[in-house]
Design a protein around this ligand. Structure first.
Ligand code: COS
Length: 381
């Protein structure tokens, strides 16, 4: 159920202030340290950001998809790593549990996920399994009251901090997704280890690492849904996550456009601000038009999801357009800033590197094209 509009407006105002007054001044520091300051994580807990998508009965804010996307736009106006801090709790780390968890599983974990006491991660990708996520190799072999998990998960966001993983592992011999089940795996189980955080192109401050299972005993009570449902759970989680990512893309694009307008109004060449040159105006107009289109598409798809429609295709189309859009907007921003766009102090080259990931994670642009085409061909238009 949607929040009272006045309460929601107050939430947005508070988050907007938090982003501009607390987060934006720390962007350089986060980049240099590749870490989010603890004090900021604590403030995020206080604002309820870890529980945006979790029902109020479990201590979350219980936002609708439209509301969550509007919050994600605000968080998009700063270094994306800030959003990743609580992003797994709001999205891919918690939603398998929200969608397929038993009342006992929800009662055990959701209140602590919503408060941010527990950080969650989503463990699907493996060294040999990326886009073809039905080909998961990590095995879960039933042994009495436990499943014994063995295998390696790769590029797992927030793995270094997570106390709970939603892990997709193969329980059956059926090929593809049908043999995959989902499990809630606490960090402290024996045989579970975390690799060193990877060095990445961008999004410094958001860490990814391997999660390795070596005969890890996971209680049968921790399975999400029935055996064989894990792939579908993962796909439904991603359908939802792709909308949230699209909203972040819109936020980053709007931030970049505002930065371009400020710079172009001040920077003078040929005796006048470059904003008065029509070729610069064309770059700004293209970015604005595309950002508006992505925002409209994203909000319409979110509203359809709230209305209970199947939005697999629409979410893929939204993520495809929004992530490619913000790539073009960032590229134009570097162009408008010229030499300054290539220099670290201005922050534009940092966002240019940061946004590159949006076209890859939660499904590459090519996977989104495939999902869109399959569905359109099935529907006949
Ligand atoms: N919602 C619910 N069910 C879904 C679904 C969705 N979005 N997508 C697929 N399924 C179901 C299908 O209906 C099918 O069910 P049946 O076996 O009952 O017929 C089953 O899952 C298998 O579907 P499909 O045959 O389409 O699976 P494919 O192996 O062809 O894979 C893609 C489909 C490529 C779309 C999927 O693997 C994918 O999204 N890959 C990208 C994963 C990704 O985003 N990774 C990023 C890392 S995680 S941050």
């Amino acid at each position: 159920m949607a929040l009272d509009p006045e309460i929601f407006d107050t939430l947005i105002d508070t988050i907007r202030r938090f982003v501009s007054e607390r987060l934006r001044p720390l962007e350089g520091e986060v980049e240099a340290a590749d870490a989010i300051p603890d004090a900021i994580v604590e403030e995020m807990r206080g604002l309820g950001l870890f529980g945006l998508s979790i029902a109020e009965e479990y201590g979350g804010l219980g936002l609708t998809m439209v509301e969550e996307c509007k919050v994600a736009i605000e968080l998009g106006r700063t270094t994306p790593a800030f959003r990743s801090t609580f992003g797994t709790n709001v999205g891919i780390g918690s939603q398998g549990l929200v969608m397929a968890g038993s009342p006992a599983q929800k009662a055990e974990w959701l209140p602590r996920i919503a408060s941010g006491e527990v950080i969650t991660s989503f463990a699907l990708t493996e060294p040999d399994v990326g886009s073809d996520s039905g080909a998961v190799k990590t095995r879960a072999v039933r042994d009495g009251d436990v499943y014994r998990l063995s295998g390696t998960k790769r590029f797992i966001t927030n793995a270094d901090k997570a106390q709970l993983f939603t892990v997709m592992a193969r329980t059956g011999d059926e090929p593809g997704g049908r043999g995959v089940s989902a499990f809630l795996v606490p960090r402290d189980l024996p045989g579970l280890s975390i690799g060193e955080p990877e060095k990445k192109m961008g999004q410094k401050g958001a860490r990814v690492a391997d999660v390795v299972f070596d005969d890890t005993p996971v209680p049968v009570a921790n399975r999400l849904g029935e055996e064989g449902q894990g792939f579908k759970i993962a796909m439904q989680v991603l359908d939802r996550g792709r909308l949230h990512i699209s909203a972040v893309c819109v936020g980053v694009a709007e931030r970049l456009i505002a930065d371009c307008v400020a710079y172009a109004s001040e920077r003078k060449q040929f005796g006048k601000p470059i904003a008065e040159h029509q070729l610069i105006q064309a770059l700004i107009a293209d970015s604005k038009t595309e950002a508006m289109a992505a925002r409209a598409l994203m909000l319409e798809t979110a509203a359809r999801k709230d209305a209970g429609e199947n939005t697999t295709m629409e979410a893929a189309a939204t993520k495809y357009f929004a992530s490619e859009m913000v790539g073009r907007v960032a590229d134009r921003a570097v162009q408008i800033f010229g030499g300054a766009g290539y220099i670290a102090d201005y922050g534009i080259e940092r966002l240019y590197r940061d946004v590159r990931l949006f076209r890859i994670y939660e499904g590459t642009s090519q996977i989104q094209q495939l999902i869109i085409a399959r569905e359109v061909l099935k529907r006949g238009g």
